[in-house]
Design a protein around this ligand. Structure first.
Ligand code: UDX
Ligand code: ADP
Length: 460
């Protein structure tokens, strides 16, 4: 196998952008080009002002500052980048299908297939193709079939290299991964990819498997993580009626070294682009093999998560004397977790939708999410007209403005900065009784109760 000199990554999103930035930083002799069909996105990656990068990730700006123009390039010319590359990463989006067979469950592979066809049409020499997007098991097979059948006698080696980074800590996770997983059949191709990571990741943390194990491991890892969140969320409801405190239960349970303490934080529900999509994928695959017990088992993780979001919204309505009609509810946070501007599948969207059905007036403040994104998320649900969403929802760029005159505050994202606010001043400006619904167990109950708030937190 010839030495890798040029790499192309198709897809300049949350996965492709940070991953390629770090690979470029650690492999200064390799030229990396990240391409995307979205011109505005590429322009933002090339912006001189690093605060304008299309995604917000702690530490990403410094890595881009070091590598961009040196051995990292962002471009819209996909064909040229494919032609020049020895290795091609595919990190395009694979949303859940919104139409046809598998609607609402299976992954939509149209973007992947388009990439494969484009690679096959353009490539003039052998390439290693690395799947980086989250994909249903056996996608590599489909990729291989398209590449082998539509190109002219060129050799393609397909590798699966699933991404385990979490948003908000992506750069840290890339620098110090628990493991790097590489699945494939061709030893030399695998070794070429191992070499890239071995520049900074200890060899024993780089594991190689067959293609299918690698693809399935990604889905299963996310399913296990999501299952822990749904498990503790199920317990949170039990705590509320029995007088137990979910934080105390999680601590006592998590100290068992066989269980471990991570991913046991009860919340308003998990979000993000991966958990729900990957579990739905797993469920779809299981059903397609007629493994109904397996499918039902994993589906319950999603059902529990939906229940948690609905339950939180209903708790708000019920506590506020069974009506929120015309009431001003301030949303603190819209992102699916702190330290990211990503809102995909954020619990906030679904809680808002429920409250809007009850004719609440919502004012949103999130430190990193734009008003356009909030409206896009609500419009995408299609529950009401875009005009109605704009009439009922306001998005402001200051938390005190959001809370001024509010009947209630609802914490939807665990941004640390929310803890530092002057809650005494906030209370003074709110309608009485002033309610706080804490979907993240973020704020200090005793402080808020001393100030006279009616405070509700998940699982207490
Ligand atoms: C996840 C996986 O962690 C990562 O390995 C994979 O590559 C992509 O999917 P991400 O979606 O970025 O990463 O965020 P993660 O930190 O896993 O959180 C997912 C959701 O679960 C968030 O909404 C978070 O708030 C919620 N969560 C997480 C909880 O409610 N409680 C917890 O204890 C942990
Ligand atoms: P992820 O979280 O998986 O990185 P994103 O949606 O943030 O997902 O990023 C995926 C990117 O892939 C988008 O910017 C999209 O424009 C890009 N993309 C999708 N299909 C293609 C394609 N055929 N060629 C180039 N870019 C593509």
């Amino acid at each position: 196998m010839k030495q890798i000199k040029k790499i192309t990554c198709i897809g300049a999103g949350y996965v492709g952008g940070p991953t390629m930035s770090v690979i470029a930083q650690k492999n200064p002799d390799i030229q990396i080009t990240v391409v995307d069909v979205n011109k505005a996105r590429i322009a933002a990656w090339n912006d001189d002002d690093l605060s304008q990068l299309p995604i917000y990730e702690k530490g990403l700006d410094a890595v881009v500052a070091e590598t961009r123009g040196r051995n990292l390039f962002f471009d819209t010319d996909v064909d040229k980048a494919i032609d020049e590359a020895d290795m091609i990463f595919i990190s395009v989006n694979t949303p859940t299908k919104t139409y046809g067979k598998g609607k609402g469950q299976a992954a939509d592979l149209k973007f992947i297939e388009l990439c494969a066809r484009q690679i096959a049409a353009v490539a003039k020499d052998d390439k290693i193709v690395v799947e980086k997007s989250t994909l249903p098991v056996r996608t590599a097979d489909a990729l291989k079939s398209i590449l082998d059948n539509t190109s002219n006698g060129i050799n393609f080696h397909i590798l699966s290299n699933p991404e385990f980074l979490a948003e908000g800590t992506a750069i840290e996770d890339l620098y110090n991964p628990d493991r790097v997983l590489i699945g494939g059949e061709n030893i030399e191709a695998i070794e070429a990819l191992v070499q890239l990571y071995a520049q900074w990741v200890p060899r024993e943390r780089i594991i190689t498997t067959n293609l299918w194990s690698s693809e399935l491991s990604k889905l299963v890892a996310n399913a296990f993580l999501a299952q822990r969140v749904s498990s503790i969320n199920a317990v949170s409801e039990l705590c509320e009626v029995t007088g137990a405190n979910v934080e105390e239960v999680a601590k006592a349970v998590g100290m068992d070294s066989r269980i471990g303490s991570k991913f046991l934080k009860a919340s308003v529900g998990f979000g993000g682009s991966c958990f729900q999509k990957d579990i739905l994928n797993l469920v779809y695959i299981a059903r397609s093999y007629k493994l109904d017990a397996v499918a039902d088992y994993w589906e319950q993780v999603i059902i529990m998560n939906d229940h948690q979001k609905t339950r939180f919204a209903e708790k708000i309505v019920q506590t506020m004397y069974n009506t929120v009609n015309g009431k001003h509810i301030a949303f603190l946070g819209w992102a699916f977790k702190k330290d990211t501007n990503d809102t995909r599948e954020s619990a906030a969207i679904y809680v808002a939708d429920h409250l809007l059905d009850e004719e609440a007036q919502i004012v949103v403040y999130d430190p990193k999410v734009s008003p356009e994104q909030v409206y896009r998320d609500l419009d995408f649900l299609g529950t009401r007209t875009p005009e109605a969403n704009r009439r009922l929802v306001k998005v402001v760029d200051d938390p005190y403005t959001a809370l001024d005159g509010a009947h209630a505050a609802a914490v939807l994202t665990e941004w640390d900065v929310f803890k530092t606010y002057d809650w005494k001043q906030i209370k003074a400006g709110m309608k009485k009784p002033a309610f706080v619904f804490d979907g993240r167990k973020l704020l200090d109950r005793s402080q808020l109760e001393t100030l006279g708030f009616k405070y509700y937190a998940i699982g207490e």
